[in-house]
Write a protein that binds this ligand. Structure first.
Ligand code: ADP
Ligand code: MG
Length: 819
């Protein structure tokens, strides 16, 4: 089906060329975008489809009023861009609103409408949800992201109540802030809200996902402040949604506001609250507060919010920093104010569809009236532009059009997002929306120009220069430098004159304009001459300075030369020292090596010595053992030899005894007299036998005869006959002494020897006691060191005595010892 061309899409004749003065004015069309919302359900019959990124097709459904009236043709409408149901909030913002944010930060105004039937997505597009914000929250995010470091403190700028702003210096602003903070409740001054969670349920800021993008190329030498206002136009009445409730009167209803024109012929809502906000959350809190007010008002009035137009306005106030880049210039003419109005229009449906009754009919009528007025204004504008006519645009017929009149007169860019619900039921309402959209897109509005501001003639980049200077100052202070007199002049070297004045003129104003231009040029020429004189002076000073510097330069060069030679000397020394160091290092290395070798040698020697010690101790042990063996062998041999000797001695003695006996017998025999008192012992004789057992045993020391020679006594025959017959108790007379020596025999065994003799083995010893009568008695334990006589010594002595050796007189056997 071939789409029917709408009458509006027909291009009329081009408008006649404007007059000379107007020819230089550039114009831009109203930018109209279309956004198609997603279907409400899958089975939904649709009447709107996006043909391409710029075209939308409308197909009348069978149920539509138009179809039933024979208008069954499709319609296609062109837009600047079409956002289909897949488009995201970010897409819409970036494409539609972001350029407006850029404009407003550069001092240009902007207006953005959301237009469409109820439920088509106007509020969704403007506000969105916390997780996926619409145009309003994203605009706020980007504005604050862009000007963050250039924001002023609160109260530097203040609304003057006539759509303008005043600026005050930092100290005044500080005092005012303090005064306001000290006042707990000021009904006339709305306090800038602090961030707090919205508890009434309109939106929850805590879950918000902010837009992180920003606009570059902001004038860094300006300071910025953001103000927001939120108004509503309902039944052709204007309400301030941020108004303090104490102004609402006893009914609790908000007061209606009136529109006024300021000195620059801009329309504004008189007495409207403008709140200074410092971050997006502050601003959104203000928005939510307005929405809560709106909700309460509608509950009281029993009506819907979709029947009113809500306008959220962001105003950017900026002013340049002073020459030092420190404080704001408070001159009012330096302040630049721009605004971006974001408008959520009421639903554009007709009365019969909404079935309004009573008050609602009036209400709907007003809505439609204001939208109709908007449409009429657009039509007249278009006609004037295209036909070259000069019909009066009926802006004043409704508050909405009256309020935005300036935009259509060229005070800013106008954009419109037409929201469309594609469902078939909405076709009859969507059709006029599309027609209006097409109409609006053909209207051209004067391109907004950067407001002419007097050139303050200040050095660009002074903010950064000031920051750098402060940083340098701080660092120098940290290093202990005196920075009191350290100043940097950031004022410009020269400025010729303020910016050129506007050059538009008509035949009537021509002379005036020429006179103005002449004065302007004369001023410039005067300035130029003055500057040239200054320049000459400065060149002269500069020349002198250069000559001075040249002299200093020469001195410095000489100093550098001498320093260089010093440096060269020092370098030579360094090199020598370096080579010495290298040598020392190599010597050190070789010594180190030697030391290591020596250590290794010492270790080896130690190991060898340890081995040797081990072997030595082993040999010593062997030697010890051998010695012990030999000793024991020697002992045995000695014992054996001793026994042999004793045996031989006994034999010898026995032989001698027998020979003596025989000799005595012979003597007696010679005298023929048989000896009576001499008893010749025989080997069987028990006495003899007893004597053989050992002379020691038979000797008992006499106390009466210390000089007794035992052997002599024993061996001397008693010529006077035997003294005693008792064998156990014998006496003998010492030689040369007149006393008897008692003999008490010891106990022992007589054993036959190998040589045929006998040996005496003592079992018991009799101890002889012999005392020197002249000698001092010796105590057993002598304290004067006289050696104590032990039994072994006595025994040996006794044995010696028996064997015929003399007993030393000093021996004092003390007791009988059992062997
Ligand atoms: P209007 O303000 O035009 O009356 P709303 O913005 O209130 O319409 O939208 C009505 C409903 O449709 C809301 O629940 C909204 O979430 C939903 N809606 C509208 N447009 C879209 C969209 N583009 N994507 C998702 N949901 C949407
Ligand atoms: Mg809405």
């Amino acid at each position: 089906m071939k789409p029917e061309r709408t009458p509006m899409s027909r291009r009329p004749k081009p408008p006649p060329k404007p007059k000379t003065a107007e020819r230089i004015i550039e114009r831009d069309p109203v930018e109209v975008y279309c956004r198609i919302r997603p279907p409400e359900n899958l089975n939904q019959e649709e009447c709107v489809t996006a043909v391409d990124s710029r075209t939308v097709k409308l197909t009348p459904p069978l149920s539509s009023f138009a179809f039933r009236n024979g208008h069954a043709k499709e319609h296609q409408y062109k837009f600047r861009h079409v956002f289909n149901s897949d488009s995201s909030q970010k897409d819409v913002f970036d494409y539609v609103a972001k350029p407006l944010v850029s404009d407003v930060l550069r001092g240009k105004n902007g207006l953005l409408f959301a237009y469409g039937v109820t439920g088509s997505g106007k509020t969704h597009t403007m506000q969105g949800s916390p997780q996926d914000g619409g145009i309003v929250p994203r605009t706020l995010d980007v504005v604050f992201n862009s000007i963050n470091e250039y924001q002023t403190k609160r109260r530097i700028f203040k609304p003057d109540g006539m759509n303008g702003f005043d600026a005050q210096c930092e100290s005044d602003a500080f005092n005012e802030r303090r005064r306001i903070d000290a006042t707990p409740l000021n009904p006339r001054t709305p306090k800038t809200p602090r961030y707090r969670r919205d508890t009434s349920g309109s939106q929850d800021s805590s879950q918000r996902i902010p837009d992180t993008s920003r606009i570059e190329c902001i004038d860094e030498d300006n300071v910025f402040s953001i103000f927001v206002a939120y108004i509503e136009i309902y039944n052709n009445y204007i309400y301030d949604l941020l108004e303090d409730l104490s102004d609402a009167g006893p009914s609790g209803r908000l007061q209606t506001k009136i529109l006024r024109e300021d000195a620059q012929h801009n329309m504004y809502v008189h007495g409207c609250t403008e709140v200074e906000v410092k971050n997006p959350d502050d601003a959104l809190e203000v928005l939510y507060k307005g929405q809560r007010r709106r909700k309460i008002a509608y509950t009281r009035l029993n009506c819907e919010s979709s029947r009113s137009h809500s306008i959220f306005t962001i105003r950017v106030v900026q002013a340049p920093l002073d020459a030092q880049g420190e404080e704001v210039v408070t001159d009012k003419s330096s302040i630049m104010v721009s605004q971006l109005s974001l408008v959520d229009l009421a639903g554009s449906e007709r009365n019969n569809r909404t079935k309004a009754v009573g008050d609602r009919i009036k209400e709907a009528g007003n809505i439609n009236n204001s939208l109709m007025t908007l449409r009429t204004c657009i039509e007249v504008l278009r006609e004037n532009q295209m036909m070259g006519s000069s019909k009066k645009v009926p802006y004043r017929d409704s508050k909405v059009t009256h309020y935005f009149k300036n935009y259509f007169d060229g005070e800013g860019k106008v954009k419109m997002v037409v929201c469309v619900n594609p469902k078939a039921d909405d076709y009859d309402e969507t059709l006029p929306v599309m027609k209006f959209a097409e109409l609006a897109s053909e209207v051209q509005v004067q391109r907004s120009v950067q407001p002419a501001r007097q050139d303050p003639g200040l050095l660009p980049g002074r903010r950064r220069a000031n920051q750098l200077f402060k940083e340098v100052r701080r660092r120098l202070e940290e290093e202990g430098e005196n920075v009191k007199n350290l100043e940097v002049d950031l004022t410009p070297i020269y400025t010729l004159a303020p910016a050129w004045p506007a050059v538009s003129y008509t035949a009537e104003t021509r002379d005036d304009v020429i006179m103005k231009l002449k004065a302007y040029l004369q001023k410039r020429i005067h300035n130029r001459e003055k500057l040239q004189t200054e320049l000459k002076g400065k060149i002269l000073t500069m020349h002198t300075n250069v000559v001075e510097m040249e002299k200093e330069n020469l001195i410095m060069k000489k100093e550098i030369m001498s320093l260089r030679s010093l440096y060269d000397d020092a370098m030579t020394k360094v090199r020598t020292l370096e080579s010495m160091l290298l040598n020392a290092e190599s010597v050190n290395e070789s010594l180190q090596r030697k030391f290591t070798d020596y250590n290794n040698l010492v270790d080896e020697c130690n190991a060898v010595r340890e081995e040797r010690d081990l072997a030595k101790s082993h040999g010593h042990l062997e030697k010890q053992r051998m010695k012990a063996r030999l000793k024991s062998k020697l002992e045995i041999e000695k014992e054996k030899l001793k026994n042999d000797m004793q045996t031989k001695l006994c034999e010898q003695k026995s032989k001698m005894y027998h020979s003596q006996v025989r000799a005595l017998q012979e003597i007696f025999l010679d005298d023929n007299q048989t000896p009576k008192n001499i008893r010749v012992p025989s080997t069987s004789d028990s006495d003899l036998h007893q004597s053989r057992q050992g002379p020691h045993s038979s000797i008992k020391g006499s106390t009466s005869d210390p000089k007794l020679n035992i052997s002599q006594a024993f061996l001397t025959p008693d010529l006077r006959g035997p003294a005693v017959s008792n064998q156990r108790h014998r006496r003998s007379r010492s030689q040369g002494a007149d006393m008897w020596l008692d003999h008490r025999p010891g106990q022992g065994d007589i054993l036959p020897t190998a040589g045929g003799g006998s040996q005496v083995v003592l079992q018991d010893v009799e101890i002889l006691k012999q005392r020197d009568p002249l000698a001092v008695p010796v105590s057993k334990r002598s304290s004067d060191g006289t050696p104590k006589v032990d039994a072994t010594t006595v025994q040996e002595r006794c044995a010696g005595g028996i064997m015929g050796y003399g007993t030393p007189s000093h021996y004092v056997p003390s007791k009988r010892t059992k062997l």
